[in-house]
Design a protein around this ligand. Structure first.
Ligand code: NAD
Ligand code: LMR
Length: 335
């Protein structure tokens, strides 16, 4: 019997034999996600043909000799995987290939999230925090929530943190400051090429003083043009270069998202795909990325921001795409 000062929490990762999970298991088991004093018991779900590969991941985790890792359960059974989990990283899904849009994965992937919603509903803790990474992430998260009616819809989120990290990094490089000195860049809408990376409320610390990013960059053409399209298309650029989709950065972003949800975002805004209440004119009842702050395990949309005409057009386009994806996903799930 191994004794820990704090009780371990059960955390599930789906797609655990895949690329993203290969980086994510270490983020979680090393303490980077839930903190240096929180032991974790990892539930690793993949499909039956991947159990051999998953066994290799389990061996490597043991070989890391991580002090916070209380145990590992590899399984192909969703109900076993989701039993009593406090946090769920839903990664397992097909990735896109070069030339595809993420929504081209909808028909193939959305059924996974219907089935996993049903399993979460049955066996997970009712306060489980769910992060959907598998694409199309926003719509998969919506479907997962719909099939888990006993779990509050606020507990289902989709990952746009990778887009936020990309946007922050692009701006820091443009201004010539460390990435930590840029904050409050917003990702609005869908994790797709219609997303709107919005620097209009971002601030940068230069020489100890805070300054609006708009003033520090002072190049409207760049901020409305190359900056937006670079972030929108970054996933495709990584696929073109690697011939596989982003994995290291996706795992880091998943860990950032869940860490901030559990431990709080402090004085920074973070972007999360959450079930929309219609804030900022977004369609209600789609999973839309908003700027949020987090504390005590809850997120709250940042209120009262001004939406320019340019931003309005961008928000409307990404909202329209999400409404269309929702209809398609609901039709697929009926079969
Ligand atoms: N939201 C984001 O920012 C973001 C970033 C990167 C990748 N993604 C998406 O994450 C997903 C995973 O990417 P990856 O590179 O790890 O892919 P991968 O192909 O390397 O791994 C996916 C794993 O999921 C497993 N899987 C398939 N169906 C499953 C099921 N029903 N239950 C459990 N496991 C199942 C597969 O067997 C495989 O091991 C893709 O859909 C990708 O597009 C999202
Ligand atoms: O672009 C992809 O298909 C993978 C992922 O969603 C990403 O943004 O890197």
């Amino acid at each position: 019997m191994v004794y820990f000062q704090a009780a371990p929490i059960k955390v599930v990762i789906t797609g655990a034999a895949g690329q993203i999970a290969y980086s994510l298991v270490y983020q979680i088991a090393s303490g980077a996600c839930f903190g240096p004093d929180q032991p974790v018991f990892l539930h690793l779900l993949d499909i039956t043909p991947m159990m051999g590969v998953l066994e290799g991941v389990v061996m490597e985790l043991a070989d890391c000799a991580l002090p916070l890792l209380a145990g590992v359960l590899p399984t192909a059974n969703p109900e076993e995987a989701f039993k009593d989990v406090a946090a769920a990283f839903l990664v397992g899904a097909m990735p896109r290939k070069e030339g595809m849009e993420r929504k081209d994965l909808l028909a193939a992937n959305v059924r996974i999230f219907k089935e996993q919603g049903q399993a979460l509903d049955k066996v997970a803790r009712k306060d489980v925090k769910v992060l959907v990474v598998g694409n199309p992430a926003n719509t998969n998260a919506l479907i997962c929530s719909k099939y888990a009616p006993s779990i509050p819809k606020e507990n289902f989120t989709a990952m746009t943190r990778l887009d936020q990290n990309r946007a922050q990094s692009q701006l820091a490089a443009k201004i010539g400051v460390p990435v930590k000195d840029v904050k409050n860049v917003i990702i609005w809408g869908n994790h797709s090429s219609t997303q709107f990376p919005d620097p209009s409320n971002a601030v940068v610390t230069i020489g100890g003083a805070q300054k609006p990013v708009l003033a520090a960059v002072n190049d409207e053409e760049y901020l409305k043009g190359a900056f937006v399209s670079t972030v929108q298309k970054r996933g495709a650029a990584v696929i073109a270069a690697r011939k596989m989709s982003s994995a290291l950065s996706a795992a880091k972003a998943a860990s950032d998202h869940m860490r901030d949800w559990f431990l709080g975002s402090g004085d920074r805004w973070v972007s999360m795909g959450v079930v929309s209440d219609g804030s900022y004119g977004a369609p209600a009842d789609v999973v839309f990325s908003f700027p949020v702050t987090t504390s005590n395990g809850k997120w709250k949309i940042v209120e009262g921001l001004t939406v320019s005409d340019f931003a309005r057009q961008m928000l409307d386009a990404t909202g329209k795409e999400l409404a269309e994806e929702k209809e398609e996903a609901l039709a697929v799930c009926k079969d």
